[in-house]
Design a binder for this molecule. Structure first.
Ligand SMILES: *[C@@H]1O[C@H](CO)[C@@H](O)[C@H](O)[C@H]1NC(C)=O
Ligand SMILES: *[C@@H]1O[C@H](CO)[C@@H](O)[C@H](O)[C@H]1NC(C)=O
Ligand SMILES: *[C@@H]1O[C@H](CO)[C@@H](O)[C@H](O)[C@H]1NC(C)=O
Ligand SMILES: *[C@@H]1O[C@H](CO)[C@@H](O)[C@H](O)[C@H]1NC(C)=O
Ligand SMILES: *[C@@H]1O[C@H](CO)[C@@H](O)[C@H](O)[C@H]1NC(C)=O
Ligand SMILES: *[C@@H]1O[C@H](CO)[C@@H](O)[C@H](O)[C@H]1NC(C)=O
Ligand SMILES: *[C@@H]1O[C@H](CO)[C@@H](O)[C@H](O)[C@H]1NC(C)=O
Length: 913
């Protein structure tokens, strides 16, 4: 019985399946479209991809339900084919082209999205009468695949049509007739050449949105574009369009709402008055870093705008040259701005506070790098709730920060007013900016304590930079509790006290820079909380004591600078710093041998232990540090001989072992070291330094359907309107900075030791060296004649030794030499002829050698050969070089790093992963 029931159920199921199947048959997509789709899938997967798994033949599934396909509800024909970013990324390098005739069956196709598929060409021919929207952006197309006149060229392409062999076909002619097209995105391809040959574009009379951004198009814009009078969006940014600014084009295109012309080498004058009657204009973006010959004019002729802009972005342009670089006066009539970018525009006059009062919906306000002066005031009763990014850095504002700034912009994410001659105190209201993410007030004249409110309010702070001010008191206010800090730079202020424990909860901290303050006390053991700390810079303070065990957690350190403090003891033996590149401990009281843990820091580029009390021998394991470029051990208590293994540090540029107790001879193999300040590629030896700084501003655009401003990920957001969410997470990136001062330095300093023996002649083979100091040792024997091969040498000091014999006369061929001394030796014979650089050296260079004779010494030689005498013409070379080069690497080196760091901090924008 149970058996029978089961059989019944079985039959019912079968009947239902049949019913469903037939129901489906009536409703499912058309077979010809289905087949075409499967062919398309094959093409997208050429040669071996597995994209579009839902497109399959199983159970005759309805293709209208496949991913990326939208059908018309009544006809069941495909209306949208959304194939963006379908092709597998690992196939990116395999060139492929698409046969457009696959689209022939889709009679009702209105929207086709092929973006992001590394498509390198289209071939075949087709007429898509109903296509309104076509996305081909983010591919590798080299030519615009539409020909102007479908019919006249038709016969020509027949030659091609016979040998289409399918996928992976090389690009060939394609004919696509798209006269009803409204939206066309071709941005981010490799389109080349001039648009003049692309008449097809001009035939698309109904086009409302055209983006050709980020290609390599060049030449002038074809006049026939004037016919595209329906255009509302025109994005031409980042191409090579040239010729005079296309004023007549914009004159014709009265419907334009969005114009983006950034970075094209247009010339001439762009007078914005030509937009006066474009009443729909909302977004005008023209940045000019790459078009120095374009001038923007907003004052002459004067105009009254019929538009209300949402975005006005004209950074880096030469603006209003004829009217004192004034702030465009049409802005007086704007009250709906969301984004105002006027950076690097030479603008002068007083700070446009009225813009802030008039435009209460501003999100980004950026007037960085101009000549705007104070007063800088904010209406205390106004509130700009939308303001997120405020940048007014590098202006001679010369005023105080308005005390209520935090109430006026309560939702600010980023505030940058660095290098603006700001005075006075740090306003307590900054603590009311609860979302504040990045604060840069560096390079001003701010003074006083940081207010307690700041420490309590700004819990989201990630980037804090207050360097180069006169701020005092504790580094962070009492009771502050920052939990999200990533990068803190408080260097060069008058902060006193200990390392602030207000940072202790910021376990993601990457950079802590507190140098050049008045900090004292020990480094707290909780420094070990910062497992991701990469940069720790505490130099030039009065800190003391041993390095705590907590240091041993800092396994990601790349840059450690504790120089010019009073730290003592030995480095903790548990230290592990496998990523370390720069270690600067100079000017402390560290003792013990060079810590062998450094042998596990294979990336080390610079090691500066100058002026400590390190002792014992120079360790053998140095030879494994093949990246080492700069090794400064000056002013310690190292003893024993200079190990031959030192010669294995081939890439070294500066080696300073002076002021120690080293004995024995100079290794003859030192010429294995290149002492080359540039590497083989001509790059700088110190490599790149990555420094953490602030988040990057996103760019926004106005969404015409929703009336919302959306963040631009790529320009596609504009037209697709698919991604509606407003996402303020900033893009992340590193920016690198390279120092170049060391590019001019290389040297070997072994002075002030107890070295004995002769100077190896091989030292003369250091053809790249700029400075060589062997003074204050017990060296004997002659000055090697090979020294005349030191072609780059600028400074040579052999004084205070026991050298004997003659000074090689060929030394006069050292044309770069500006500092020279052989004083206090036992040299004899004639001084070199006073010609070339030697004409500039006075007697102090030779003194203390009783048997030397000849000018500039008073001591005349007894038997002077007449002909030699005749050569001794007084010679005065261009001086001024002498002071340019300093002996001590340490000093110059320190300056170099300070210089680089402040430079880096000035410019860099950055976040950390
Ligand atoms: C088709 O039908 C779906 C739901 O059945 C509906 O959401 C959609 O708006 C319809 N599309 C059109 C173009 O009518
Ligand atoms: C352009 O659009 C208009 C109105 O929408 C339409 O009548 C016309 O046929 C279109 N032109 C082309 C070439 O498709
Ligand atoms: C298009 O523009 C060209 C040149 O500007 C002009 O000669 C031509 O008449 C225009 N065609 C149409 C159909 O408007
Ligand atoms: C903007 O501010 C200026 C100065 O206060 C004022 O003259 C102008 O009328 C304001 N414009 C708008 C549109 O509010
Ligand atoms: C301000 O403008 C400059 C120059 O265009 C740009 O580099 C900077 O990122 C902008 N800052 C903000 C906060 O928008
Ligand atoms: C600091 O903030 C964290 C998280 O907001 C909290 O857990 C902790 O108790 C606070 N510490 C102090 C000392 O206020
Ligand atoms: C380190 O210095 C502190 C004072 O700054 C002193 O108390 C301590 O004894 C010193 N330690 C060593 C090992 O020299």
């Amino acid at each position: 019985m149970g058996f029978w029931v089961r059989e019944q159920v079985w039959w019912v199921v079968v009947v239902i399946i049949i019913l469903v199947q037939s129901f489906n048959d009536g409703e499912a997509c058309l077979e010809e479209e289905r087949e075409a789709l499967l062919k398309l899938k094959e093409a997208f997967n050429y040669p071996n991809g597995s994209s579009l798994p839902s497109w399959n033949n199983l159970n005759h599934s309805d293709c209208c339900s496949w991913v990326g396909i939208i059908c018309d509800n009544s006809t069941k024909r495909v209306v949208s084919l959304l194939l963006d970013y379908v092709r597998a990324q690992e196939l990116e390098r395999i060139k492929w082209s698409l046969n457009v005739s696959y689209f022939l069956p889709f009679h009702q196709l209105q929207e086709l999205d092929l973006s992001g598929n590394s498509l390198s060409g289209l071939f075949g021919e087709i007429r898509l009468e109903n296509l309104q929207t076509l996305y081909l952006d983010n591919n590798q197309l080299t030519e615009i695949p539409f020909l102007d006149d479908f019919h006249s060229r038709n016969s020509k392409t027949l030659e091609f049509s016979s040998n289409y062999s399918g996928d992976g076909h090389p690009e060939s002619m394609s004919l696509i007739s798209l006269n009803s097209l409204q939206t066309l995105f071709l941005s981010n391809n490799s389109l080349k050449g001039s648009l003049l040959q692309q008449g097809g574009l001009c035939n698309m009379k109904n086009l409302t949105a055209l983006s050709l951004a980020y290609n390599k198009l060049e030449g002038i814009l074809p006049p026939c574009l004037n016919n595209l009078t329906s255009l509302r969006l025109l994005d031409l940014q980042y191409n090579g369009f040239e010729g005079t600014f296309p004023s007549s084009l914009f004159h014709s295109l009265k419907s334009l709402q969005f114009i983006t012309l950034n970075e094209n080498p247009f010339t001439g004058i762009a007078s914005l008055s030509l937009f006066a009657n474009h009443s729909n204009l909302q977004d005008l973006t023209i940045s000019c870093s790459n078009n120095p010959n374009l001038k923007l004019e907003t004052e002459n002729p004067p105009f009254f705008p019929s538009f209300q802009l949402k975005i006005f972005s004209v950074s880096n342009c030469i603006m209003n040259e004829a009217s004192n670089h004034r702030i465009p006066s049409f802005l007086f009539h704007q009250h709906d701005l969301r984004v105002l970018q006027l950076g690097y525009s030479n603008l002068s006059g007083s700070f446009p506070c009225w813009l802030l009062t008039n435009n209460t919906k501003l999100i980004i306000f950026n007037v960085t790098h101009n000549f705007l002066t104070g007063p800088f005031s904010l209406n205390p009763t106004s509130k700009s709730l939308d303001m997120q990014y405020f940048a007014a850095s590098s202006n001679p504002i010369n005023d105080e920060i308005p005390p209520h700034i935090g109430n006026v912009f309560p939702n600010l994410l980023s505030l940058n007013m660095s290098s603006s001659s700001l005075q006075g105190g740090f306003p307590a209201s900054l603590g009311n900016m609860r979302q504040l993410n990045s604060l840069d007030l560096s390079n001003n004249n701010l003074s006083g304590y940081l207010p307690q409110e700041f420490g309590k309010g700004s819990n989201d702070l990630r980037f804090l930079k207050l360097s180069n001010n006169s701020l005092s008191g504790p580094c962070l206010p009492e009771g502050s509790n920052f939990t999200h800090l990533l990068s803190v730079d408080l260097s060069n202020n008058k902060f006193r006290g200990k390392i602030p424990d207000g940072i202790v909860k910021s376990s993601e901290l990457r950079m802590l820079e507190l140098s050049a303050n008045q900090l004292y006390g020990e480094i707290p053991n909780w420094i070990g909380n910062f497992k991701h700390l990469s940069y720790l810079i505490l130099s030039q303070n009065s800190m003391e004591g041993l390095l705590p065990e907590g240091f041993c957690n800092l396994a990601e350190l790349k840059y450690l600078d504790l120089s010019q403090n009073r730290f003592n003891g030995t480095l903790p033996s548990c230290l592990k710093m496998p990523s370390l590149r720069y270690l600067h401990l100079q000017g402390n009281h560290f003792t013990g041998p060079i810590p062998s843990i450094l042998s596990k820091s294979p990336l080390l580029l610079t090691l500066d232990l100058t002026n400590n009390s390190f002792s014992s021998q120079i360790p053998w394991w140095f030879k494994s540090m093949l990246n080492l470029r700069v090794l400064l051990l000056k002013g310690n208590k190292f003893e024993g001989s200079i190990p031959m293994d030192m010669c294995k540090l081939k890439n070294m540029t500066i080696l300073d072992l002076s002021k120690n107790k080293l004995s024995g001879g100079i290794p003859f193999c030192l010429n294995n070291i290149t002492f080359r300040s540039k590497d083989e590629m001509g790059g700088t030896v110190l490599g790149r330094i990555f420094v953490p700084w602030t988040t990057r501003t996103p760019s926004f655009e106005y969404n015409q359907t929703s009336g919302e401003l959306i963040q631009r990920e790529d320009e596609k957001n504009f037209a697709s309107y698919k991604k509606q969410e407003v996402n303020f997470m900033s893009k992340r990136r590193y920016e690198s900075y390279e120092g170049n001062i060391l590019d001019f330095m290389s040297g070997l300093d072994l002075s002030d030791n107890q070295l004995t023996g002769e100077i190896p002649f091989q030292i003369g083979y250091l053809g790249n060296i700029h400075t060589l100091n062997l003074s204050h040792n017990y060296l004997t024997g002659p000055i090697p004649e090979t020294f005349s091969d030191l072609k780059e040498i600028e400074s040579l000091d052999l004084s205070y030794n026991k050298l004997v014999g003659h000074i090689p006369s060929q030394l006069t061929q050292l044309y770069s030499l500006s500092v020279f001394s052989v004083a206090h030796n036992n040299l004899s014979g004639m001084t070199p002829v006073m010609k070339n650089q030697f004409g500039t050296f006075d007697s102090s260079c030779y003194e203390g050698n009783p048997f030397l004779c000849g000018p500039p010494l008073q001591h005349k030689c007894l038997s002077i050969n007449k002909s030699v005498e005749r050569q001794r013409q007084p010679y005065h070379s261009k001086d001024g070089f002498r002071d340019a080069f300093l002996w001590t690497f340490g000093g110059a080196f320190g300056v170099f790093f300070l210089g680089v760091i402040s430079l880096m901090y000035f410019n860099s924008y950055f976040t950390i992963y």
